[in-house]
Design a binder for this molecule. Structure first.
Ligand SMILES: Cc1cc2nc3c(=O)[nH]c(=O)nc-3n(C[C@H](O)[C@H](O)[C@H](O)COP(=O)(O)O)c2cc1C
Length: 201
């Protein structure tokens, strides 16, 4: 693992992190929420299939209260402080019928890209995003009335990050102070043959 990053990496991407230190007093404005969801909506997708949808609950909404108990214990320690709790879904079949055709081989890929765009828009608005998989997917689908041809995929916490030293929760403070690291570029980008190092100046 390494801490290095290209000097021309966009500062927004360089400085992004999956924070656990959310400001529990922050309220998300409608235009901010709209901009983030629009950023997702305008992502590319296979054949423009747009196989994504989102369940959105702001802190304090009845839906938020229904969703929080479905989070894993670890995620319950930080997600509820975020201003909004969003769940991402991708479409897996053309309709709800038992014999419906599968929808698109690339639906999960397309959803991931849509959430990446949402994240960049959030960062540009000075907001933070932390995606998570630790929740009861089946119960969430039941509670939110998700049709069988849609799959609940990830949770997304949106809000304003506090500097870690201001986080009330000691675990959040410690985790958000850790340096972020990645596998080195030579281990992820190859020169045409898998495993063959790409040589860059
Ligand atoms: C699909 C997915 C699932 C994740 N699940 C969780 C989770 O359940 N709980 C959590 O705290 N973070 C979760 N994360 C956040 C990752 O741990 C985090 O992105 C990773 O450690 C890299 O850290 P960084 O985003 O700050 O660079 C998840 C991220 C993704 C994309």
């Amino acid at each position: 693992m390494t801490l290095d990053a290209s000097p021309t990496l966009l500062p927004l991407l360089r400085d992004r992190r999956s924070t656990r230190s959310y400001d529990a007093a922050h309220v998300l404005a409608d235009d901010e929420l709209r901009a983030m969801l629009d950023a997702a909506r305008w992502a590319p997708s296979a054949g423009n299939s747009q196989p994504w949808s989102f369940l959105v609950a702001r802190r304090g909404d009845p839906a938020h209260e229904r969703f929080v108990p479905l989070l894993s214990r670890g995620n319950q320690s930080w997600v509820p402080r975020a201003s909004a709790l969003v769940f991402s879904l991708h479409q897996v079949a053309s309709g709800p019928e038992e014999d419906a055709l599968s929808y698109s081989d690339y639906a999960a890929y397309d959803l991931g890209q849509a959430v990446a765009q949402l994240s960049v828009q959030a960062l540009a608005l000075g907001l933070a995003v932390h995606q998570f998989a630790g929740f009861d997917h089946e119960r969430l689908a039941e509670v939110a009335g998700v049709p069988r041809h849609w799959r609940v995929t990830t949770g997304i916490a949106l809000g304003r990050a506090l500097p870690p030293e201001e986080a009330g929760d000691p675990l959040a403070r410690e985790r958000d102070s850790r340096p972020r690291a990645r596998r080195p570029l030579a281990e992820v980008a190859y020169a045409g043959v898998f495993g063959e190092a790409l040589s860059l100046e």
